[in-house]
Design a protein around this ligand. Sequence first.
Ligand code: MN
Length: 726
Amino acid sequence: MPTELLNKVKTRSKPRPQKFQVLLEKLNQRAALSPTEEDFLWEVYLYARDAHRGQRRQSGESYFEHPYQTALILADLHMDPITIAGGFLHDVIEDTNVNFADIAEKFGDDVAQLVEGVTKISGITFRNRQEEQADNFRKMLLSVATDIRVLIIKLADRLHNMQTLSSLPPIKQRRIAIETRDVYAPLAHRLGMFKLKSEMEDLVLKALDPDAYQFLEKKISEKRSEREKYIRVFTQPIEKALAEQSVKAQIFGRPKNFYSIYKKMKIRNKPFEEIYDLLAIRIIVDNKENCYAVLGIVHDLFIPVMDRFKDYIANHKVNFYQSIHTTVFGPSGRMVEIQIRTTEMNDIAEEGIAAHWRYKEGRDKPDDVDKYVKWLRDLIEVLQTESSGAKDFMDTLKIDLFKDEIFVFTPMGDLIRLPKGATPVDFAYEVHTEIGARCIGAKVDGKMVPLNSEIRSGQTIEIITSETHRPSYAWLKFVTTSKAIGAIKRYLRKTQFEESITLGKEILEKENQRNKTLRFLKTVQDSFEDMGFSELDKLYAAVGSGVLTVPQIYAKLFPQKQEELAKRDIDELFIETARKSIKGIKVQGISNLMVSFAKCCNPIPGDEILGFVSRGRGVIVHRNDCTNIPSLLEENERLLDVEWDIEGTQAFLVKLKIMAQERKKFLKDVTDIMANTDTNIISIDGDVDESIIHLTLVIQVENLRHLNKIFLKLQNVQGIISVERK
Ligand code: MN
């Protein structure tokens, strides 16, 4: 036999260690692993052991013990081999020189992504102890972990850390216990993983209040035999009746977790006995019908407490928890709580999302997956609405679940929730309106970024402010939160009047420069009352906001001058006609600012437009694609978001310049296009120069789409050289 082959046989036949067998036994309990899966896990086992070789935990034991125990906890939850592999490898990226690519190459992308996910959330530390912050922190974990299995691995990791907490220095013990209490145990609870959660909480109690823990431990063991005896007396007749009807069932006295007894004693301020004496029993059967059969038997034997009956089988809880709950008067009048459920329901009740995940496996019918996804969505919804006020609830309605939310830190470690796409300015306003208003720069994880950059979950944002800075119109272009938009708009509205005054003054001064002989400004200042204003500032504001125009002033105060102004060239006339169809221009919701239209690009209604604030002429409106815009930006002109203020559907005038090779019927083809697109021709003018037709066409269009349609058709006309909008 060749050596190579011999080695293979040797490797294969060499017995795998007891440690690995323990893992297999746990996994095989429910459904036997295939030989390929076993081999896969063995490879993972060896890989993790080698990667951590030489590393030791604080307790002195080999580091590999930790990922191994984490994998065992996951095996208890009967997770799939990929998740078990994730558990084995969860610390290798962080603590060894293995990287994502190494894992992906050896064990596939799925495993690598799980390990990367766990590494990512382990890197985010919980720095603030407040209740509300813990809540946000959990939500952030959910938003960062794209695969729910990442959280399940993280919880298993944390459970093992709690189990081995005593080897750490006391201060560290406390910190980890508090974090477990505030973040991970509630997260396990929300994920429905009650068994894991109870164990975590008991360990938290042991770490944070060892005296109370010992007290409970002692009390419970004292009471144990008496309690067990009572349960036997209580369950005997039930067992007998079940046997008679040949219903197979398992009956358990339900263990109570230390922490929940402790909490109830504290909250209700009652002695241990009163809380502990309430007996709880669970009956597990193999199908739903038998749940009701058992219920019938129990109610037959004992008197039920009427208002304590709940059928969560017919109506499951939000998290898909199913069970029948009933409370009856047992022997000697003691109340006994009974839960009746199937094995699957019990798994889901104890393991929550882990069980869901497992039961989802192997039946990939789309409706099951949908149901699962819906459950997750419901879960997140519960997360978001719970423990938050009405205002928050309204916000939640607007934000479409966790995919669209991010969580970022303030430099102090507070968590701020924002919608996806939020910028440092949104963050600043979320922290405080004043910080928003004064923000001039931002650092993300210590690096300066532009104010319009998108921020991401887990980042720390620091806002740089300046006392003299004010909100800017330009921010409205990129802010996403209603809080920021509202505050910026409020500020702009407040200052609009003052700005209108300044602008109006400047406009009139400029006009005065041009008409010094007229004593223009002096005349206006002297006649504000004649013009119908109670004070001069109001006249300025009217000019600044465009309510009162310079031509109107001429008409009223200088009638002779007005005629001169009326003489304008044909182009200006056209543009003016085109613009007659609109009410004006809206500057981000603010109407009536003084506006004028740039001569370089002649925007008409329907064009995408931008506004620039210029001294003297108010807001100048350009087409979005105007070639002058880059230089305007360099000159630090202030950019404004403007839109046409249009009432209903109206037709706009457009002037087209067409160039084409001279040919017969060219004009007919063009006019046919107009007829076929329902376009009115206002004027048509043309000449021929060296066999090239130059045609100027003024047409009436409904909107840009209409115009684009005409453009497309014109471009296909035979002989066409160019079609241009003027
Ligand atoms: Mn770990």
